[in-house]
Design a protein around this ligand. Structure first.
Ligand code: IPE
Ligand code: IPE
Ligand code: MG
Length: 237
């Protein structure tokens, strides 16, 4: 554990929780069973990230494109998310700052209330940022920032040439947080699927051949070891 705490301390990590459906299919179960198991794994990995001393972790739970799935599946994911939010109230103990990334206007009023409430209740915590991306899309996030800044220009508060990267980042859901050092995708896929498009510019990408419901603390350890081997140059030498 200590060895991994050293590797993980202060890191910012993005996790694309993928492979729930395939996990269920392998077992002849409905896809919703995969999401249920995936939610359990999520809770355990959150705790582990805390213990490792990470500065910020972002879990991709539902994309702006995932509405294309059957209503039943979408409803089941939203129900699991709602259950989690109810349980998350003991995050006070964990000292996490909860932040929800994504357009919440399409979510139910009761989910929105809980999300706002949890963000408010944890905003003065001093521990890890726990970001949960729900109805999140990197393009939507960037567009929204562009709209916010365009409005400021229109209102005469800002000149177009004064728009800097810093100002732009202030309009993203991850305002005030470090870009991910690495993005981890279980299930073997090698794509971002609209995840953190702005923030991922120099993130290391780590794809792992394990389905999310089978993902264990040891798999995160392996990812940390892999990350340590990478040579990050940020365009320099
Ligand atoms: C990830 O698992 C969960 C969500 C996208 C909500 P999937 O449901 O995408 O699982 P696969 O990719 O079909 O196996
Ligand atoms: C990405 O997974 C979204 C989440 C894990 C929440 P998908 O399963 O939706 O991505 P694609 O369709 O394989 O690209
Ligand atoms: Mg998938």
């Amino acid at each position: 554990m200590e060895e991994y705490q050293q590797l993980a301390k202060g890191l910012s990590v993005g996790i694309i929780m993928d492979g729930n459906g395939r996990w269920a299919k392998q077992r002849g179960l409905p896809r919703t069973a995969g999401h249920k198991k995936g939610a359990e794994v999520f809770r355990d990995i959150v705790r582990y990230c805390n213990d490792l001393g990470m500065s910020s972790v972002t879990f991709y739970a539902f994309s702006t494109e995932n509405w294309a799935r059957p209503t039943e599946e979408v409803e089941s994911i939203m129900r699991l998310f709602g259950n989690y939010l109810t349980m998350a109230y003991d995050y006070k103990k964990e000292n996490n700052r909860l932040v929800f990334l994504g357009d919440r206007s399409r979510l139910s009023k009761s989910l929105q209330d809980k999300m706002n409430d949890l963000e408010e209740k944890t905003k003065n915590n001093t521990g890890m940022f726990l970001n949960i991306a729900v109805n999140y899309g990197g393009r939507q996030e960037i567009l929204r920032a562009a709209q916010t800044l365009a409005q400021r220009v229109k209102d005469g508060q800002l000149e177009p040439q004064d728009i800097t990267q810093e100002l732009f980042e202030d309009c993203l859901y991850t305002r005030g947080q470090k870009d991910p050092d690495f993005i981890l995708r279980p299930s073997g896929e090698m794509r971002l699927s609209n995840f953190m498009l702005w923030q991922a510019s120099y993130s290391e990408f780590i794809s792992m051949d394990v389905l999310w419901p089978d993902f264990r603390r040891e798999d995160l350890d392996r990812a940390l070891q892999e990350f340590q081997k990478r040579s990050r140059r940020f365009g320099g030498l």
